[in-house]
Design a protein around this ligand. Structure first.
Ligand SMILES: [Cu+2]
Length: 140
């Protein structure tokens, strides 16, 4: 007789807990690393599907970044490096892809990115800015 209301409360608590557990993957996703996809094509870098060669890449201070480099130049070696941050992907010898996960610097500022084999042609700016939107600067 007295178990009726208790059961209802217990059931409600269990349902609530189950709902929170179901939400956890969503919360984890929203805090997951920022994805940046860089394509090396015809001696230039293109970022996140944009059409601008060697665009400014914007990241937030302390942001976790998961960078994928795709080499579409069959006969050319490319990598992606930010020398000031001591970051370099493995060298892609011809077509292929590689992954680099890093944490952006905590202070706002800019640095140069390059392909270490083609310093003159494959170079641009990576910017750490607190107010920057979670997109890269392209001509979209
Ligand atoms: Cu290159």
């Amino acid at each position: 007789m007295r178990t009726g209301p208790t059961r209802i409360v217990l059931t409600a608590v269990l349902l609530l807990a189950g709902g929170l557990v179901a939400l956890l993957p969503l919360l984890a996703d929203s805090r997951g690393p920022r994805e940046i996809r860089i394509v090396a094509r015809q001696m230039s870098f293109y970022v996140d599907g944009g059409a601008t060669a060697n665009p400014v890449i914007k990241v937030k201070p302390g942001e976790r970044v998961r960078l994928t480099l795709v080499n579409e130049d069959a006969g050319l070696d490319h990598d992606f490096a930010v020398p000031a941050w001591s970051l370099t992907t493995p060298l892609l010898e011809g077509k292929g892809r590689t992954l680099l996960v890093f944490t952006a610097p905590s202070r706002p500022g800019t640095a140069e990115y390059v392909c270490s084999r083609h310093l003159a042609m494959m170079t641009g700016t990576i910017e750490v800015a607190a107010g920057s939107r979670q997109t890269t600067a392209t001509d979209r």
